[in-house]
Structure formats: structure tokens, C-alpha cells
Design a protein around this ligand. Sequence first.
Ligand code: NAG
Length: 328
Amino acid sequence: MAQSTSLSAHLSSLISGHPNRTALAQDVIPSLLKTLPSIAQALRTTSVSQAGSANTFGDDQLNVDVLAESLIRSAIASVPSITTASSEEDPVEKAAYQGTSSSEQREKYTIAFDPLDGSSIIGPNWTVGTIIGIWDGETALSDTRTPRERQVVSILGVLGPRTSAVVAVRLPGTEGSVFEVSLTDDGAVEVLRLSVRLNDSPKTRYFAPANLRCAAENERYAALVNHYIQQKYTLRYSGGLVPDVYHALVKGHGIYTSPVTEKSPAKLRRLYELTPIALLIECAGGVALDSVDGTHVLDRPVKDTDERGGLVCGNKEDVEFVRGQLLA
Ligand SMILES: *[C@@H]1O[C@H](CO)[C@@H](O)[C@H](O)[C@H]1NC(C)=O
């Protein structure tokens, strides 16, 4: 049997040659991963109800959104190198670490997270997720610097029958890579796969047509979906962004399309959804475009926490095809 690699051994290998990343590997990433089983447990043991409030974006909040938010906030409160955090539930960047800062603290990171993505499918107990982006420095926002330069890690936590996660790490000057872990309720982390890759020549081709209603008024989207049917692609779509993107990564192929039209405006948050997903997709060898204008998600600075966009992502060849059919 192959020797299994521990999380800490794998993270050390990823930061080797990067002397100022010890806290990232030893504290930031492991602490955030450990929040996932606690959110999963909270989901299993809490009956879902409206929290009676709305977040700043005006979305109704569920009690489980609030729970997931507070589990992550309390975890990062004890991580000295996480200086700043904001989330979809509380989209204002503020101090995260609640202890006494020491002047020896050289690494500084900002966390931008969506504690529970998939509110519309929580009721029927479908798989939902947690999305976390880790950015260099004391803010994720910039007028000039792109997410490609500043977001170094992203985590998609998948909360279903099992709790698992895919993690992208791309330190400046490296190509980046994605690994997959599974997590048990007691917080143990097992590395399932050291390298998750998307490829252009799979046995089975998958498509996930989000915002399908827009095909009724957009002929090009209707034609694209029809192309997948004619080409015998397999439909894999749950309506949860996290499980749908995770499906493509796990299977090694998939095209996710969420077009934006006049009647269906951009709704995915760039900071809390699009940029972390784009980092994962790129580190797995794929492409992630904003369907608003066909540009790479990671090439445009995030200036404000409320910026939104659309998404076309997946393996390279299929994304290029969509670019020609839908975004040109
Ligand atoms: C939801 O599904 C999980 C397994 O994925 C199960 O443990 C739990 O009991 C389910 N919750 C409800 C309310 O049915």
C-alpha cells in the first residue's frame, strides 16, 4: 500500500523554498480546515430556520449561516497571522485575530469567506459548502493589484454525507497545485489526493448549466446547452456552486456555465465566491472566466466586497469553446 502523506508533510513540501510561509502552512490552513467538520456537525444537528435578519447584501440569513459564520470567526480569532477578515454575512473588512499581536509576526493574511454557500438547497439537506480565500497582506481589496498576485490559497469545503475539501496553493512565482482532503468529526485530516487536475480528454464529459432559465431568452445559451445534449455530455448539476465545481475537480473534467444577461444580472460575489473558485480551477489546470465580459476572473482587482460577476469555468478546451459560443 502506498504510504499516505500527512497534511503537515504535504503543506511543508508546498512551502519549501518560501521561508516566510511557516504560519500559513502550520497554522492558517490547518485551523481553517478544522472549522469544516464543526460546521458540518452544526448542520446535521440544527434544524434550519430563518435567522430573522438579512445580511448587508439584503439576503435572508438562516440560523445555520449565522452558526457557520461564528464558528469560522472564533477559529480565526486565535490565529495571529490572520490580521483581517470579511465574509458574505459580514462584508466589512475588520481585525480578525483577537489576541495580543507580537512584533515578530511577519506573515500577514486576510481571509475572505462565504461560511455557508447554497442556502437554497439546505432545506432538502443537499450538499452545501464553505468557500475561503486567503490573501497576502492586511486587505483583499485593491484598486490596482489583481487577485492573481495576491490570493495565495483557496479552500472549498464540501459538507455532504462526507466532509471533504479541495485546497489550492499558489505562492508567488509558483505554478500552484490542488490537493484533496477528507475530514472526520474529531478534526482529523486525511490527504486523499496530492494532485487534483482537470483534463481535456476524459472518458466522460460533464456539463453544469447554471441559470438555465436564461436559455429561454438567450438563443446562444440555448444553442450551447443543445450542443452538450447532442454531444452526449452527462448532466451533473445540483444548484450548489461548491458541489458542482467540486464534481468537475473530482472527476477531472467539467464545464460550469453561469451566464449573465440583461434579464439575469450578475449575482456571484467576486470576493467570496468567484476568486477562490477561480484559483482552484486555475491551479488544477483549468480556466475561469467572468461571463460578464469574458475576462479571466483573477485578472481584475477586487475593489469592493460587493462586486459581482458571472462564471464560466472548467477544463481549458471546454471553456474556450464557451468563450467562442457565448462570450464572443
Ligand atoms: C441530513 O443528511 C445527513 C447525512 O448527509 C444526515 O446525517 C442528517 O440526519 C440529515 N438531516 C436531516 C434533518 O434529515
